[in-house]
Design a protein around this ligand. Structure first.
Ligand code: 13P
Length: 256
């Protein structure tokens, strides 16, 4: 089954509005040709309006938020609601990133509440999962992924899955320069797809795009993207520089 690849930059807590504007100008000038993939940029909340403005004439590049609140509105100091994100034309939201889980204490239940809230508002989900090195070494990789998937997707309907991407990001590969080998990544992606098959059936699982994240660089993108169950990438460090984000897209996804 053909799945259109999706490449998403996750800038994390980098690039305020002026850096965002400079990045987009440089990125669009370097992205010549039309790669046959979807392209998403997840900027800090405060940079999203500038990102929207800078991308106005760039058809095909969409915006993501890196987080959202599980609440509608009210006394939640420091939070941003899904309605606010919709108001500034954000289309996607990353939920469940390992940094949200480990640094900000987000549990599978909180992540699930955010996923449901985001879908109520029509936002598309980039749902992150992944194991730590200790979990992998302890041989519980599959249990960890199964639990994250099952609890994170609870109440997410088959229709919602059309607007959901799963990002498999092994925690030990994030920001470390250690990428999962193509074989390790493929094995985990195939497992993720098998769990989604159990939950939603094979038609939905076959349509689902599963991104790989964790030290994706221009020089490893092609090998990873050649794996049958890898359908794009979620890129941190290497997405901060326009040329390397372009190179990852071009190397990972040949032009139309
Ligand atoms: P790096 O590409 O910097 O390893 O980060 C991956 C990531 O966490 C993307 O969400």
């Amino acid at each position: 089954m053909f799945r259109r690849p999706i490449f998403a930059a996750n800038w994390k807590m980098n690039k305020g509005p002026s850096d965002t504007q400079a990045f987009v100008k440089s990125f669009l000038s370097k992205l010549t040709g039309r790669p046959a993939c979807d392209i998403v940029i997840a900027a800090p909340f405060i940079s999203l309006p500038t990102l929207s403005e800078s991308l106005r004439d760039a058809r095909g590049v969409e915006m993501a938020a890196q987080n959202c609140s599980q609440f509608d509105d009210g006394a939640y100091t420091g939070e941003i609601s899904v309605k606010m994100l919709r108001e500034i034309l954000v289309r996607h939201v990353i939920i469940g990133h390992s940094e949200r889980r480990s640094i900000f204490g987000e549990t599978n239940a909180v992540i699930n509440a955010k996923m449901k809230k985001a879908r109520e508002a029509g936002l598309k989900l980039i749902f992150c999962i992944g194991e730590t090195l200790e979990e992998r070494n302890a041989g519980i990789l599959e249990n960890v992924l199964r639990t994250q998937i099952t609890e994170g997707l609870a109440g997410i309907t088959a229709e919602d899955m059309d607007d959901t991407v799963i990002a498999y990001e092994p925690v030990w590969a994030i920001g470390t320069g250690v990428t999962a080998t193509a074989a390790q990544a493929q094995e985990a992606h195939a497992f993720v797809r098998s769990v989604v098959t159990e939950l939603y059936g094979s038609e939905i699982a076959q349509k689902l795009r599963i991104q790989y994240g964790g030290s994706v660089k221009p020089n490893n993108a092609a090998e990873l993207m050649a794996c049958p169950d890898i359908d794009g990438a979620l890129i941190g460090g290497a997405s901060l520089e326009a040329q390397s984000f372009v190179d990852i897209i071009v190397n990972g996804c040949p032009a139309d």
